[in-house]
Design a protein around this ligand. Structure first.
Ligand code: ADP
Length: 316
């Protein structure tokens, strides 16, 4: 199986449940503080490792207690954490989350060490990649670093998967270097809208049309995740819809990260694209059926038991 290198963010999520969200200047008493590992990069690394991937994480945390906890969490989940640097000059990234009893939330993110991930980290990621290995990235580290890593990974002959989340403007040319682009519907619309300004890209809300339009920007495969409606993927064979798995969904946090982690494992095992996307759908669905980002990430046994999805029978 090919190796998976995740270059991306690590955060500690600090969560307090409150009877109602505070107004400006107001103090509201909540319940006890929960601190959970998060950050899209770390979530995706853990998602892939729980599903049997051989995963290494490259990123930065602060030289503080939160950072030590995040590294320990990677180790516990079987992710190689030796590429996570403890930066003496920046604090560990943190998300401060208020959750109202009704489910509404308010989030402020302090990117901390994620914001100082730099060119040397892109090189460190690429140094771990051989031909056919996977580089997985998101957009919670500086885009310039993502661009640098794409160049270096191409030279290494690696397969490059970008989850363009959270949505932001990308330099023209970056998309054309990707093997796979993964976005949710909102991010797909944002990317297409940006490109529409620059080029005469089709103005249409239908996800299949948007996926096809994004493919014209250069990625070899475009995948748009559609929450409870599953996903679509588009490659040179056309646009294909992949049906969702039915679940009683209680918390959508981390569904996209579960999807990307599972997809990466599917690609690392050289599964046909449709099988890999279906595997992503199963992991995404499972992640919505319990609370939290990483706590809800499934293992292979969960997916086999719940959805009858069995990778061993489809490995090539
Ligand atoms: P994000 O978390 O990035 O917004 P999505 O909400 O699109 O991503 O979820 C990722 C994937 O997880 C979807 O493509 C789908 O397969 C699965 N998924 C998400 N929500 C549900 C749900 N309510 N029921 C079934 N599958 C879901």
């Amino acid at each position: 199986m090919a190796r998976i290198v995740v270059l991306g963010s690590l955060n500690v999520d600090l969560v307090v449940t409150v009877p109602r969200l505070p107004r400006p200047g107001e103090t509201v008493l909540g319940d006890g503080l929960r601190s959970c590992p998060g950050g899209k990069g770390a979530n995706q690394a853990v998602a892939a490792a729980r599903l049997g991937g051989q995963v290494a994480m490259i990123g930065r945390v602060g030289d503080d207690g939160f950072g030590a906890g995040l590294i320990e969490n990677l180790d516990r989940n079987g992710v190689d954490s030796s590429g996570v640097d403890r930066d003496p000059a920046a604090p560990t990234g943190a998300a401060l989350i208020f959750v109202e009893a009704g489910g509404q939330n308010m989030i402020a993110v302090a990117p901390g060490a994620n914001a100082v991930v730099g060119a040397s980290d892109a090189q460190r990621a690429a140094a771990r990649l051989g031909p056919g290995d996977l580089l997985v990235m998101q957009l919670e580290i500086p885009v310039a670093v993502v661009e640098r890593a794409v160049q270096a990974a191409r030279q290494a002959g690696a397969f490059i998967l970008l989850n363009a989340a959270p949505a932001q403007r990308l330099e023209p040319g970056l998309l054309s270097q990707l093997d796979a682009l993964v976005v949710n519907e909102r991010e797909a619309n944002a990317l297409a809208a940006n490109e529409r300004e620059a080029n005469a890209l089709v103005d249409h809300d239908d996800p299949s049309t948007i996926a096809a339009a994004l493919l014209t920007l250069g990625p070899k495969i475009v995948i748009v995740t559609l929450g409870p409606s599953g996903s679509v993927f588009c490659d040179d064979t056309g646009v294909h819809r992949v049906e969702p798995f039915a679940v009683k969904s209680i918390d959508a946090t981390g569904a996209g990260d579960a999807f990307v982690g599972a997809l990466a494992v599917g690609f690392a095992r050289r599964l046909p694209i449709e099988t890999a996307v279906r595997f992503g759908n199963a992991a995404g669905a499972a992640a919505t059926s319990s609370v939290g980002a990483q706590a809800a990430l499934p293992g292979l046994d969960d997916l086999r038991r719940r959805f009858g999805v069995d990778l061993s029978s489809s490995e090539q």
